[in-house]
Design a protein around this ligand. Structure first.
Ligand code: IDP
Ligand code: MG
Length: 154
């Protein structure tokens, strides 16, 4: 079953939206298998955003992502990576459609509330950056049989 790395960014935590964002993930049928609050350090930011460190906006991104606590989650489900990207909407909240998280809760290109891995490969790397293997919890969900058919649960 596919897994993806999600962050509720400092703006989401400060705006006390963590509960509502988590509810949206749970309502969708995603299974939460890892969850913690942490402060992103400059080193962690550079690891996570390795593809962006040389970009002009990186200093602002680093300042933002290290500015307060984040909530890190690992969500599991069929096509979890694409499902979460779709739920988030495009990067800039001002352009994100209503109904998406960024479209419903924000107007900013930088303060866009949530991170979600953009590919299965990125998800694998990012999950390892944020979570130790023993911090990921495998468990049977009693609702699993009502969330998708058996042949989709892989
Ligand atoms: P994504 O989060 O939608 O995948 P990326 O292009 O990977 O967007 O950028 C990573 C993060 O960097 C964004 O979510 C946003 O917080 C920030 N960011 C992206 N582009 C800009 C920019 O032009 N100025 C400031 N911050 C930006
Ligand atoms: Mg990205």
């Amino acid at each position: 079953m596919e897994r993806t790395l999600i962050l509720f960014k400092p703006d989401a935590v400060q705006r006390r939206l963590s509960g509502r964002l988590l509810t949206r993930l749970e309502d969708k049928g995603l299974k939460i298998v890892g969850l913690k609050m942490l402060r992103v350090t400059k080193e962690l930011s550079a690891k996570h955003y390795a593809e962006h460190v040389t970009k002009p906006f990186y200093p602002l991104l680093e300042e933002f992502i290290t500015s307060g606590p984040v909530v890190a989650l690992v969500a599991e489900g069929p096509q979890a990576v694409a499902v979460v990207r779709g739920m988030m909407g495009p990067t800039n909240g001002a352009q994100a459609a209503p109904g998406t998280i960024r479209g419903d809760f924000g107007v900013s290109r930088q303060m866009n509330l949530m991170h979600g891995s953009d590919s299965v490969e990125a998800a694998t790397k990012e999950i390892a950056v944020y979570f130790k293997p023993e911090e990921l919890i495998s468990y049977e969900s009693t609702l699993a049989g009502w969330v998708c058919a058996a042949d989709e649960a892989k």
